[in-house]
Design a protein around this ligand. Sequence first.
Ligand code: PMP
Length: 435
Amino acid sequence: AVPERSREELLRLRRAHLNPTLSVAYREPLKIVRGEGVWLYDAQGQGYLDMVNNVCHVGHCHPRVVRAGAEQMARLNTNTRYLHDALVEYALRLTATLPAPLSVVFLTNSGTEANDLALRLARAHTGARGTIVVDHAYHGHSPSMVELSPYKFNGRGGEGQADHVAVVPMPDAYRGAVRDAADAGPRYGRMLAGAIDELRARGHRPAAFYCESLLGCGGQVILPDGYLRQAFAQVRAAGGLCLSDEVQVGFGRVGDAMWAFEQQGVVPDILTLGKPIGNGHPMGAVVTTPEVATSFVTGMEYFNTFGGNPVSCAIGLAVLDVIEEENLMDNAVRVGEFLTAGLREIQARHPGIGDVRGRGLFIGAEFVSDAAARSPDPARARVVVEAMKARHVLLSTDGPDDNVLKIKPPIVFSRANAEEFLEKLDGVLGALPVG
Ligand code: PMP
């Protein structure tokens, strides 16, 4: 058995023997030993309502997913060089949820791997190397993805922007350059032209535009209507491919669509998936068009030891089954609307919340110190997260100024869970000094 250690001992041993850059959540770190549905339990058996984990999408340790993985692990686990029903079934089931022509699947083990492979596909298809990304985006931890992640390369320890990368502003209609305008989407979309020119000036053509369908690390930003339509048109006119990174937001989280790009009325050339795809089991995927996939046939095989193994496929299939059978997209719509409306009601009484926005169970509440100037208030956001944790509700913050409360619970989050959250948040905000 694994020895049980105190939190202090675990912290000391982590510092001595693990990645020294690892952070821990909360001032007083939690030691979580068990999960079930939307709940996490500490060593003393105390429950915490998890509103952070968008990975354990259909709920922590969903019995159906656990059983699928355990049964397949007991039967067989190999690589994809043998024929296997579950691999082909997974590709069929996944692509059945996608619009044409997204019909060719590559399975990986993480979001980073998916985005890395996608870059190779885009380069092979276009013969170009330039890449356009949205400011403050995060697309992965490999060297090539750190180069595509302003969140990392512009942050502490970052090495700055690489020559083949251009950055467009976040299409943030609340605090960005274009605010509150009905045509904010197309106006931000037209800014892609500047990025394409910038690449051209440095001798690069665009291979791809990487864009999350809702901005996660950017602070739960909802793309304004018409943004992707305009942006994709600019990129495609310059010969580049358009990639939707749905590592955070895919698989029905937005509720009224399986994929968040659908809400923008576009179809990307490449879609990358991760996090929720395996409900916590390490999986990722790239889905693309037959045309792009064909360009990748250069003579070099793409082989991934673990990608698409039978255990992962069994788990991925179980996740798709649960989303469908438990009507979790409907749940995301209903509970998401209730939560957003509840947050707006609280906002009306607490001027510290400047903006509430969301789609389904992907919601953000932005803390500001001055509602008119929209000045970020990260200190208040931090205090709220700690105070909510003290009341056993787990939340996090993000955004360029770290002032956005991120709400992205497992999509089995219920109305009763939402009521508990809203009541506690109201209490926490009511107890804080005004201003
Ligand atoms: N893309 C996005 C949008 C992400 O949020 C993340 C992970 N936070 C990744 C890619 C990388 O995924 P992974 O950590 O599975 O490599």
